[in-house]
Design a protein around this ligand. Structure first.
Ligand SMILES: [Zn+2]
Length: 292
């Protein structure tokens, strides 16, 4: 894999400036006990299966202490826009409160192509679907979902995990950043060893926060948003599709999310994602855009 791309998706060039919460993917991949799944192969895997896909299904939404967080929805919207631009239908699904907000934001952004906003009860086509889970809570070995500080998630969680199990999609790509996200189980041995509360959580279930299930492919990145966006850029590159994701676009979506009460899942603040400052985010996207 392109060394630059591996480094960038993990935030290696910015490691000194990244908050601890955004260094988890770097720590996991740098110490991984299994071969790293790389972005180029994952993009090829997706393109090789796309002809069979009737609809792309994107699941996102992670409930932190007091609400859903900014990591996940940004990547979901941008990945959706990429597929729609290429005439591939997309549906987005998440918990009801967030679904309503996503619907509003799509209108506010006046996107030229809009994804379908599908309530979970209307999801009935996973078998003909390619599924992306972007920053979704994943059950640990005891079937409990946890926040990164080791507690059981207090909000109710849609049974997306069991739905994927029951109706296996054409392909399932998981995107996460810390190892408690759905589908990131491929790296679970390293996550248990390295990530705080990975093996021993605070909730008493004794299963740790490490997500158990493995998607067909798994991307770990500085933030899940960043991973999803880099994937869209790599997908575009492989098919020579004109596509870019400027930092301003990301900032604009975050602003809309903030307006609806969606905040940074780590700091609880507006403007940022996982504690990464706006300046640093701009530097990261500027570097990415110089590469693609
Ligand atoms: Zn627990």
């Amino acid at each position: 894999m392109n060394k630059n791309l591996t480094d960038i998706i993990l935030g290696t060039p910015f490691l000194d400036d990244l908050p601890e919460s955004a260094r988890r993917a770097y720590n996991i991949i740098s110490n991984s006990s299994v071969p790293t799944q790389n972005l180029e192969e994952i993009a090829t895997y997706i393109w090789n299966r796309i002809n069979k896909v009737k609809i792309i299904s994107i699941f996102t939404g992670f409930y932190c202490k007091s609400g859903f967080e900014t990591d996940g929805p940004v990547g979901a919207l941008i990945l959706a826009e990429f597929f729609l631009k290429n005439k591939i239908p997309v549906q987005i699904c998440c918990e009801k409160e967030l679904l309503k907000i996503m619907k509003s934001i799509i209108i506010e952004l006046s996107l030229s192509n809009s994804p379908l906003i599908t309530p979970f009860e209307n999801i009935n086509n996973l078998k003909d679907s390619m599924v992306f889970t972007i920053e979704r809570p994943g059950e640990n070995i005891k079937k409990i979902c946890h926040t990164m500080d080791g507690f059981k998630i207090s909000h109710s969680i849609l049974p997306i995990e069991s739905e994927i199990n029951k109706n296996l999609p054409i392909a399932w790509i998981a995107i996460g950043d810390g190892g408690n996200e759905l589908g990131t189980g491929y790296y679970r041995k390293t996550i248990e060893k390295l990530i705080p509360y990975g093996k021993n959580c605070n909730c008493g279930c004794e299963g740790g926060i490490t997500a158990y299930k493995e998607a067909n492919r798994c991307i770990l990145s500085v933030t899940s948003n960043f991973g999803a966006i880099l994937l869209s850029l790599e997908l575009a590159k492989q098919k020579k599709i004109k596509w870019s994701v400027p930092a301003d676009k990301v900032t604009q979506i975050i602003r809309h999310l903030n307006k609806h009460g969606i905040k940074d899942g780590v700091t609880g603040k507006k403007g940022t994602v996982d504690g990464i400052s706006i300046d640093l985010r701009k530097k990261m996207y500027d570097l990415v855009n110089s590469l693609f």
